[in-house]
Design a protein around this ligand. Structure first.
Ligand SMILES: Cc1ncc(COP(=O)(O)O)c(C=O)c1O
Length: 220
């Protein structure tokens, strides 16, 4: 499927109503056909839904669609792009760890990195510039991730994703790329060696300005 088609139809198989637009499943829980079915879903022996904090059929369409566009193995949707950045880092780093980031960041990401994460014991080291050399210089054995925006907002700098990915691979550190400004239609960081891609879904990728969302995609 071409990206243009994935953007509209990806990740969606119509349910028994054959609705063409993705339905909003406004439910918290889902029925089980019997106890054995419930047990299998809870044990994750078979795919299914039981409680929508864990997974949700509407969000899952978006997750599959985003993963397909970014060529990732899977995705997680969240309430906002800032939540996606936070989840990506908290999943990798704990108190005493650090992450190394390119310095050109969206304002709220900067606030998160410089004022919030340090209070949780995670140091964010901002490189002097976005070059692989400047980033490599700050890595030590407590570095749990490298972070950058593929196109910085608002700086407009274009990071050499392949070169920074090579640094990450050399140090065996996951490389997180915020691909909000570029969108997967212009650039797929995973194809250049990134491990995790995050998005603010209110920008070009949503194109509507009506609904907040964040995404967190992983490579195979
Ligand atoms: C590059 C980038 N990353 C992250 C964010 C934060 O996303 P959100 O506003 O959805 O929390 C934004 C928002 O403008 C952004 O431009």
């Amino acid at each position: 499927m071409r990206d243009e088609t994935i953007a509209i139809h990806g990740g969606y198989v119509p349910d028994s109503t054959n609705a063409v637009a993705v339905p909003i499943y406004q439910t918290v829980a889902h029925e089980f056909s019997d106890a054995a079915h419930a047990a299998a879903v809870f044990d994750m022996d078979i795919p299914g839904y039981h409680y929508n904090r864990l997974n949700n059929p509407t969000n899952e369409v978006l997750e599959r669609r985003l993963a397909a566009l970014e060529r990732g193995v899977g995705a997680l949707t969240l309430s906002s792009g800032t939540a996606a950045v936070l989840y990506a880092i908290q999943n990798l780093a704990e108190t005493g760890d650090n992450i190394v980031s390119a310095p050109q960041l969206y304002g709220t990401t900067y606030t998160l990195f410089v004022h919030v994460l340090p209070r949780q014991g995670i140091e964010v080291r901002l490189a002097a510039d976005d070059s692989p050399e400047a980033i490599a210089r700050l890595i030590d054995d407590r570095t749990k991730a490298i972070f950058c925006e593929s196109i910085g907002n608002p700086a407009g700098n274009v990071v050499d994703i392949g070169a920074v990915a090579a640094v990450a691979q050399r140090h065996r550190i996951p490389f997180i790329v915020d691909n909000t400004v570029a969108t997967p239609l212009l650039l797929k960081p995973i194809e250049h060696g990134a491990d995790i891609v995050v998005h603010s879904l209110t920008k070009f990728i949503g194109g509507h300005g009506t609904t907040l969302g964040g995404g967190d995609r992983r490579r195979r």
